[in-house]
Design a protein around this ligand. Structure first.
Ligand SMILES: [Zn+2]
Ligand SMILES: [Zn+2]
Length: 381
């Protein structure tokens, strides 16, 4: 039996005929297994959804109670039989509730990892390596220029800036599912104990994280706070809000952005970010290669991101590898939103910025961008 007899790629996600299910399908299907709550992987409208309790809860928060016909929760390490296949969910270390899905039949094991990272994150269960025959991997940061480094060092940079500019409010752009809560948890880990402020768009998901036992300390909404009282504070907001009228309510705002893309100087510039923070929820180049090798898989299927670079690396290592060309991943993912179009991503992340990339992390030129907001009426926090 070949892997394709267990799981077959389709343009809208991988499909297991034996078990009659799709994994992270991009169009409505009868039965979907969902790796995690980011909207490019977790869509509304499926007949039945099997996922971790956290992923189901996050889908409910985003899409409402009727986001699927029926739902079934599964724990990490738990296996269920679906038709002729057996599926097991294991932690992916990406965001709260994120899972890799192992599919086994006739002695072959295929692992669909969704999005993952193999570095510690105080807000979710650590990545667990699953040995397999075929490993399906993302490729968001699959170029040698992407080495994410130490997130604690990036948080130290933020806290240094807060100490240096006590009259300023620091605004940290971060995607609302996963990244924002990780930044908050890292700040707490670094000993920052003051209240942390939230843009209204982050409230529900952040409170949900706290309800699941993630220690985030005291959180306050920006809404209703007086401008002067926000001096010296840290606020988490969606990256788009950094450039909106909303940001003008803060005294002398310093803008930061937490993303793996901040390794690329042009990206930070494009977002008008003064303080780029290289903090990513995806594996970096070394993380991808190390994980692929450690799975022992001799066949690698590559989903969204820099597929070509990763497929090429696999081939040089004697591994069979192929891009899956699934349309729709990465489009709404946390870090991919900042990436613009796929074409844009491919062109600007290749080599051109590599030389300046290393210095980007250290950039804290206080080029003020006050007044540069596009001004679309200003989203209320
Ligand atoms: Zn994701
Ligand atoms: Zn993704």
């Amino acid at each position: 039996m070949r892997a394709e007899d267990i799981i077959a790629p389709t343009p809208s996600g991988v499909c297991c005929k034996l078990g009659d299910f799709h994994i992270d399908p991009t169009r409505p299907v009868a039965r979907a297994l969902i790796t995690h709550g980011h909207s490019d992987h977790a869509r509304a409208g499926h007949g039945a959804v099997l996922a971790t309790q956290e992923t189901l809860d996050l889908m409910r928060l985003r899409y409402g109670d009727d986001f699927a016909g029926t739902t079934q929760a599964i724990r990490y390490g738990e296996s269920v039989a679906l038709g002729g296949a057996r599926v097991t969910f294991q932690p992916a270390g990406h965001v709260l509730g994120s899972a890799q899905i192992a599919v086994e039949a006739n002695g072959l094991r295929v692992v669909a990892s969704g999005d993952y990272k193999n570095v510690p994150d105080p807000t979710c269960a650590p990545f667990e390596l699953v040995a397999c025959d075929v490993f399906i991997t993302e490729a968001t940061f699959a170029l040698p220029v992407f080495r994410h480094g130490d997130p604690d060092g990036e948080i130290a940079k933020l806290l240094h800036s807060v100490a240096l500019f006590p009259e300023s409010a620091h605004l940290v752009g971060a995607y609302s599912l996963g990244k924002a809560q990780r930044v908050i948890a890292l700040l707490r880990k670094a000993g920052y104990s003051a209240p942390i402020y939230l843009h209204g768009a982050m409230e529900r998901i952040t409170r949900y994280y706290a309800s699941r036992g993630v220690a985030l300390g005291e959180l306050r909404l920006v809404r209703g706070e007086k401008k002067a009282e926000l001096a010296g504070t840290i606020t988490l907001c969606p990256p788009s809000a950094l450039r909106e009228i909303w940001a003008r309510r803060f005294p002398e705002p310093v803008t930061a952005f937490a993303s793996g893309w901040m390794r690329v100087r042009a990206r930070a510039r494009q977002h008008g970010v003064e303080l780029p923070l290289v903090i990513s929820d995806h594996a970096d180049w070394d993380g991808l290669l190390g994980t692929i090798a450690a799975t022992g898989a001799d066949e690698i299927w590559v989903t969204h991101g820099q597929e070509d670079a990763l497929v090429h690396w696999c081939n040089t290592r004697g591994l069979k590898a192929r891009p899956l060309d699934i349309v729709g991943y990465g489009e709404e993912d946390d870090e991919s939103v900042s990436a613009g179009t796929a074409a844009d991503r491919k062109s600007d992340s290749v080599a051109g910025d590599a030389a300046s990339a290393a210095s980007a992390a250290g950039t804290n030129g206080r080029e003020p961008l006050r007044g540069s907001g596009r001004g679309n009426g200003g989203e209320q926090p």
